[in-house]
Design a protein around this ligand. Sequence first.
Ligand SMILES: Nc1ncnc2c1ncn2[C@@H]1O[C@H](COP(=O)(O)OP(=O)(O)OP(=O)(O)O)[C@@H](O)[C@H]1O
Ligand SMILES: [Mg+2]
Length: 307
Amino acid sequence: MNNHSTDGIFDEVTEFPDPETKRRLERLVGLDEVKERLVKEAMMQLQPSSLEEWSLRHFDHLLPALCFFQRRPPLFILAGDVGTGKTELAETFGDAVSRKAGIPILLHSLSLTARGTGAVGEMTRLISAAFAMIKSQAACLTDRQAATTGHILLIDEADALAQSRESAQMHHEDRAGVNALIRGIDDLAEGRRPVLVVMCTNRLRALDPAVMRRAAATFEFSRPNAEQRRVVLRNAFPEYVCSESELTRIVELTGNRDVGAGFSFSDITQRLVPSVVLAAYPNQGINAELIASVALTIKPTPTFTEV
Ligand SMILES: Nc1ncnc2c1ncn2[C@@H]1O[C@H](COP(=O)(O)OP(=O)(O)OP(=O)(O)O)[C@@H](O)[C@H]1O
Ligand SMILES: [Mg+2]
């Protein structure tokens, strides 16, 4: 992975394609639809004339509908429960875009410290600087031009930055920060820039309505159903560890055991699977009985409920 130097605004800048990122993206279960939509949106940002070419090919005309794509903020919100793949997808879909478009894609993750130190004007300054930096790197494309590099600006835990200005406790400085964010997004929408802004949040309703209404799409993520839990578990423990019928029993144990919610994706990948391996290592193997007994000791992470 190539990490470019940063100046404190971004946690890191990652360049795609990258083989490890490709593997992380492939491991995600049940998110194909969101992934495909994000890739398609990114392709349109990178090759804006392709939409017009499509229209001419099919209708011999420029479809009036296309004018709604002009000045459309390239903002996507990934929202939902904890451990459901929001950050993982946001950090990895750029690899698929890069491979499809055949150009490098840079992922800029806005540092949470961009919330500032509390000094007046700090957050506003940092957000403005982040958008200015993206703009300087991603020049507007002219009519027939395709991008040679694409950019993704990732704002994780976006509720920390974009919480509603209506909130009574909100400091005026934070309000100014949200305004800077809205201005930054609007600015990006002005020209055809090869940029996508992705925000992740657990608290969709806490986001400022003006930020939410600018989103080209909002995707809701939820915990895995039985079929999806089965795929994740099977990816970790192949047939030589447990049979299909044994797996069915384990899938049931990771469902809602009268505790409100079943396992999240991360409950399986970051808690159950490592605990099973550690319970067996170094002296014994793994069988269905061991997986089931460990599963029973783990309580699913409580569902994130908005206050
Ligand atoms: N759809 C999925 N398929 C397979 N594994 C997943 C999926 N979603 C999450 N995981 C696993 O859970 C881990 C945590 O996921 P991620 O960090 O994306 O959660 P999140 O939705 O951002 O949660 P939070 O709201 O707490 O930030 C991932 O590293 C991965 O191992
Ligand atoms: Mg996350």
